[in-house]
Design a binder for this molecule. Sequence first.
Ligand code: FES
Ligand code: FES
Length: 156
Amino acid sequence: MNDIPINLRINGAAVAARVAPDLTLADFLRGDQALKGTHVGCEEGVCGSCTVLVNGETLRSCLTLAAQMDGGDVTTVEGFDDPAGARLRKAFAENFAAQCGFCTGGMMAVAREFLADDTIANHRDEAAIRSRLDAVVCRCTGYQAIVAAVRASVPE
Ligand code: FES
Ligand code: FES
C-alpha cells in the first residue's frame, strides 16, 4: 500500500508521489520514475551500481528508502546535462569508458561528486581518481578507460 506522501526533486523537476514504506529509492527511480540508468546489482551496498546523487552527495539507492527522500534533491545519470555532466558523458563516450553499462550510472555519480569536491587539489590526478572510483565495481573495463574519461572531462 502506497501510503507515504513525498515531495522531492528528481533531475531538476518537482515530483510528488505516494510510496510504500519498504520501497527502495532504487526501485522507485527505476520503476515509478522509469529512470533505468540506475542499476541494481548486489542490493546490499557493495557494488555501487545503484549510486545516485542526493543533495549533491553520493548515496546507495538500494539501501535507501524512497520515503526518506521527502524534501530531497535527487540526480541520476539521466540528469547529467549541465556543463560538467555533459563533459563527463562526452568523455565517457570518447574514451570507451562504458562497455555493458551496468556500472556506468553509479560510476558517473561518483565521478560527479569527485569533480565537485573542492578539497581535491588536482582533479586530473590518477591516484585521487582511482581512490574515489573504488566505490563502484566494474566487471568489464579494467577501470583504465574510466579513469581516462574522468581525467579528460576536467577542463585544461
Ligand atoms: S545494488 Fe546498491 S550497492 Fe549494489
Ligand atoms: S561497464 Fe560493465 S560493469 Fe562497468
